[in-house]
Write a protein that binds this ligand. Structure first.
Ligand code: HEC
Length: 114
């Protein structure tokens, strides 16, 4: 009865490794739909929006164009509270999706005609 148990362990390990890899990059499309729900009330989240609803909040394209606004910097920004910005309950996967979306605006910035 040892074989089924170790097979189960193997399958479980394989199932845990696969999502970890998918998570590395983040999914920008999922990030956009999350941003529409969580960030939208204060931040302009799309390139077509020139002004944030909350004038103190930088637009996402502005964030993407800010030098040094890397994945690491965005992770810090989203895991520490700062003035005027409430703490979010994002899973690390949701956070990575949103960060992937913000950083994806970098390339769409350089091609204004879409
Ligand atoms: C209630 C309004 C509000 C919401 C909701 C909000 N923000 Fe902000 N955010 C702000 C304001 C205001 C600032 C500017 C804060 C400052 O300069 O101290 C800011 C700043 C930031 C910054 C820059 C931080 C830095 O260190 O420069 C990032 C990144 C950011 N927000 C991301 C997000 C993301 C991603 C979401 C959605 C998950 C979100 N925000 C939702 C109001 C908001």
């Amino acid at each position: 009865m040892k074989t089924p148990a170790s097979l189960a362990t193997f399958l479980l390990t394989a199932a845990m490794v696969a999502p970890l890899h998918a998570q590395d990059a983040g999914d920008p499309r999922h990030g956009l739909s999350l941003a529409r729900q969580v960030c939208f009330e204060c931040h302009a989240i799309q390139p077509q929006q020139l002004l944030s609803p909350n004038p103190r909040a930088p637009t996402f394209p502005q964030l993407a164009a800010t030098p040094g606004m890397t994945t690491a910097a965005l992770t810090v920004a989203l895991t520490t509270p700062h003035a005027g910005m409430p703490m979010f309950r994002l899973s690390s996967e949701q956070r990575e999706d949103i960060i992937a979306y913000i950083l994806s605006l970098r390339s769409s910035n350089s091609t204004p005609g879409k």
